[in-house]
Design a protein around this ligand. Structure first.
Ligand SMILES: CC(C)(COP(=O)(O)OP(=O)(O)OC[C@H]1O[C@@H](n2cnc3c(N)ncnc32)[C@H](O)[C@@H]1OP(=O)(O)O)[C@@H](O)C(=O)NCCC(=O)NCCS
Length: 267
């Protein structure tokens, strides 16, 4: 099983990489939204009518830019995977708002999720397994202790307090993005019971879902990876592991980082 991280650029090479998404692969695409309004207007043409109407309802330009760029990129990636024109794709929505591919006629088990923060967008893609992705700017909050007390269990808070002050902010954002990536994979989104979802958060520790309200066994069915990002951002992707015959152990996951100039693999 492989998880691969890619920087997006609009080129045949990147379209081919998305089109080659394997059945035992999770791809995460990271892109930076353009600042140029003309470029954004051109991207908006790739959106559906309801998406363009939603874009027009944003009163503030930053969330509008995030939405338009995120949806245009999503359509390009899904279009490449399915070999269809991006503009022809239609989305349905789970009750808590998670978008999915609506066309059963495409006969595809392709799953995806999207997150944006500042000018960055991340999109996760996989066949036949749920995925969730979350990005956050680590300068978004000054009083992150308040957030920590709301989202962490007493065990997680103990671990956080035991860390040197210089590591605590990173640990909070590790925990936050890992929990939210899991909640986005399940489509549940934000819940009041975040402390009942326990994750590793100490910097340098392997990202892992440790406990869910449904128990330890339920947590073992999910894997989490951090997303390689610029220093001001934290991000994580969560995905379902294959269970039963051919069950996947996390030790078997190959992690591949590609950029336009290089690629590295770790296990
Ligand atoms: C949507 C939500 C799941 C995450 O929102 P967010 O962190 O503000 O936004 P992100 O950029 O990460 O994700 C938004 C995208 O996720 C997708 N999405 C929307 N609802 C979703 C859901 N229930 N599950 C998974 N994905 C969802 C959409 O694609 C959306 O982007 P789009 O509308 O532009 O296509 C929602 O639960 C929420 O509002 N969370 C608040 C975050 C928070 O306070 N977290 C506390 C610490 S854990």
């Amino acid at each position: 099983m492989q998880i691969s991280f890619h920087e997006w650029e609009d080129s045949p090479l990147t379209h081919r990489a998305a089109a080659s998404l394997g059945s035992d692969e999770v791809q995460v695409w990271i892109a930076t939204a353009p600042s140029d309004e003309a470029c954004l207007t051109a991207l908006a043409c790739q959106l559906s009518r309801d998406e363009r109407a939603r874009a027009e309802r944003f009163r503030v330009s930053e969330p509008r830019r995030q939405f338009v760029f995120g949806r245009a990129l999503l359509r390009q990636l899904l279009g490449a995977c399915l070999n269809v024109e991006p503009v022809t794709l239609a989305f349905g929505y789970h009750p808590r708002g998670k978008p999915f591919l609506a066309q059963s006629a495409l006969n595809s088990d392709l799953r995806f999720n999207l997150s944006h923060s500042g000018r960055l967008v991340a999109i996760a893609l996989a066949h036949g397994r749920e995925v969730g992705v979350d990005l956050e700017s680590i300068h978004r909050l000054d009083d992150w202790w308040l957030l920590a007390e709301r989202i962490f269990s007493s065990r997680e808070l103990c671990e956080l307090r035991a860390l040197p002050a210089s590591k605590q902010r990173e640990a909070v954002f590790n925990g936050w993005t890992r929990k939210e990536a899991y909640l986005k994979a399940t489509s549940e989104g934000l819940t009041d019971d975040l402390p009942a979802i326990e994750v590793t958060l100490v910097p340098g520790q392997k990202p892992r879902l440790l406990r869910l309200p449904a128990g330890l066994e339920a947590a073992r069915q999910w894997a989490i990876q951090d997303i390689p990002l610029p220093p001001d951002f934290a991000g994580a992707v969560a995905f379902e592991k294959r269970i039963g015959v051919g069950a996947e152990a996390e030790e078997d996951f190959a992690v591949l980082c590609t950029s336009t100039s290089s690629s590295t693999t770790t296990r």
